[in-house]
Design a protein around this ligand. Structure first.
Ligand code: ZN
Length: 572
């Protein structure tokens, strides 16, 4: 066993060194010079959402034992591992340490190089947050083409961190709207519902965004056939392959493209720009299958991702001026490839489930009797001997929000001899794989922020400059809405962010702006501007002063605006 592992590690290292060497040598002088200088014209980032070490092992074992394929496409490019931890901060009302990250904060780290709180989409961890630019946004500013591809909703956290900025990942309507102004040329994924209004079966309350994307030159496609028909002349394309996430591999119809197909088309389109491109490609549903504890589906999703990697690496090798980096945002499910002290796992059963557990959820919820459950399980799996206890367990649900689907996966996982720590994420490090000049910069044990810095470095784009451009335009404050539907901001934090001096002494707060002084009587809840009674609302909540934008407009002499959809202050 040890000998085998040692041999594998050495051959992997040797392979990636040879691969990097030959590609540089085979290309034109310019390309070779660029490669030796540690630069690449193009950058491909691939993220396996929820793809921890056990997920990779499971996919490889499956290939070995079920398909006779010894290695994943990824395997020869392994260079090390990355941390995943986030900042301490609020997560759904409770403060968490940040050690267990979500996709938003992990994504912010590897897209922008900054840690933030869970749920934050490329904004800082402050009461008044600043936006941080991503590698994709910096590449866009330097004239490169850009793309985002995922099997999750295109408005989901991982793509969102690359081209939008919001305090909460749940604000997917704002994320879709920000894509419209992002300049990102190719957007492929699911999530049509955040682009259309309720009468178009969507979730938006304001307007249908699709005509606006068309007006900006985007060709909109919704099926695998239409995707195929796109040509490299379609410089801008929006592919929406589902109202929510793209269907899981075992549930897909001919209408649904694979991640590899989306990747291939995106590269065709983006590679026509002579200035190069940057793209992020996400296997977004490895995570979802992990959350549900559905191992057979998880393995198929991981292999779908590995197939997309193959498309990317073949492009990079042929192109000769492309860096590829692969990692995960975190592990999901606490997957363990063992259970109950048994030194065995039933890999031969991993391909004996027809459809995902998700596709069974509604049938399971409608089941009334033990026999109903037995029939559903038998129709979808190899199990013809489901016991009454197992069927009853499924009927009772597993006690999580997954209910009967969760119960089903508990039964299946026991029979597969694999385990889960729960339905959430875990804090283990994740693998890093790389090819081209970026490989040197992400090898060994790295922090996940290094993925962003290394990407910007090989492309020669400036993250700091792109961030300061964004920061001159927007602030993302915490806020509250009072009974009169007025938006109020934490005064001290916003004053500081706007460069207005704020002082509190006794029951008086003073905001000193350029030309005006605002004095607030905190106990009376009244304010004076330059000695006269103020016309704006004063709100003191648990000792914290909140003021509306009108107060800050007076203090700064500016016309700050509130963007209700993106929940941000527009500075200019
Ligand atoms: Zn997740």
């Amino acid at each position: 066993m040890n000998k085998f592992l040692k041999g594998l590690a050495i051959s992997g290292l040797a392979f990636s060194m040879i691969a990097a060497g030959t590609s540089a040598a085979a290309k034109s002088t310019t390309a070779t010079n660029n490669q030796t200088k540690g630069k690449s014209k193009n950058l491909i980032v691939l993220i396996g959402d929820g793809m921890g070490p056990a997920q990779i092992s499971a996919a490889r074992y499956y290939q070995q034992y079920e398909k006779g394929i010894q290695k994943l496409n990824l395997d020869p490019y392994y260079v090390g591992q990355a941390t995943t931890y986030a900042d301490r901060g609020e997560d759904g009302g409770t403060v968490v340490s940040g050690i267990v990250t979500d996709s938003a904060s992990a994504g912010t780290a590897f897209a922008t190089g900054h840690k933030t709180y869970n749920a934050g989409i490329s904004v800082s961890n402050e009461d008044v947050s600043k936006p941080f630019a991503s590698v994709i946004e910096a590449a866009e500013l330097s004239g490169k083409s850009t793309g985002l591809v995922t099997t999750a909703r295109i408005t989901h956290a991982t793509p969102a961190v690359y081209a939008s900025h919001v305090r909460s990942r749940d604000n997917e309507s704002a994320i879709a709207s920000q894509y419209l102004d992002s300049g990102v040329d190719v957007l492929f994924g699911g999530g049509e519902s955040f682009f259309v209004t309720k009468d178009g079966k969507g979730k938006r309350t304001d307007k249908n965004l699709l005509p606006e994307f068309e007006a900006k030159g985007y060709k909109i496609v919704k099926t695998a056939k239409d995707l195929k028909a796109l040509t490299s002349k379609n410089a801008k394309a929006l592919g929406l392959f589902g109202g929510s996430h793209v269907s899981y591999v075992p549930d897909r119809s001919a209408e649904t493209p694979s991640l590899a197909t989306m990747t291939s088309k995106a590269l065709d389109i983006l590679s026509t720009n002579k200035n190069g491109f940057a793209i992020m490609i996400e296997g977004g549903r490895i995570d979802h299958a992990g959350h549900a504890n559905d191992l057979p589906t998880l393995v198929q999703e991981a292999l779908d991702f590995d197939a997309a990697f193959k498309v990317a690496i073949e492009f990079a090798k042929k192109n000769g001026n492309t860096s590829v980096v692969v990692t995960a945002d975190h592990e999901t499910g606490g997957l363990s490839l063992s259970r109950d002290n048994i030194y065995e796992i039933n890999i031969d059963l991993w391909d004996q489930q027809k459809h995902s557990s998700e596709s069974l959820a509604s049938a399971l919820n409608e089941a009334v009797t033990i026999d109903d459950v037995k029939k559903i399980v038998q129709n979808n799996t190899w199990i013809t001997d489901l016991t009454d206890e197992e069927a009853q367990y499924i009927l009772d649900g597993d006690g999580s929000s997954y209910k009967r689907e969760g119960g089903y996966n508990v039964v299946i996982s026991k029979r597969l001899l694999i385990g889960w720590s729960g339905h959430g994420h875990s804090a283990v490090d994740v693998g890093v794989w790389a090819y081209g000049p970026i490989a040197e910069k992400v090898k060994g044990q790295v922090d996940n922020t290094q993925i962003a810095f290394a990407g910007a470095e090989v492309l020669g784009v400036d993250l700091k400059k792109a961030s300061s451009e964004l920061q001159s335009k927007y602030l993302y404050p915490k806020f509250k809405i009072n009974r009169d539907k007025e938006v109020l901001y934490p005064a001290q934090a916003l004053a500081k962010a706007l460069g207005v001096a704020y002082k509190e002494s006794g029951s008086t707060a003073t905001l000193t702006g350029k030309s005006v002084v605002i004095t607030v009587d905190l106990s009376a809840g009244t304010a004076k501007v330059g000695g006269k009674a103020a016309s704006f609302t004063v709100d003191v909540d648990n000792g914290t002063l909140y003021l509306p934008l009108a107060a800050f407009n007076q203090a700064t002499g500016k016309t700050l605006k509130w963007d209700t959809l993106s929940e941000r202050i527009i500075l200019k």
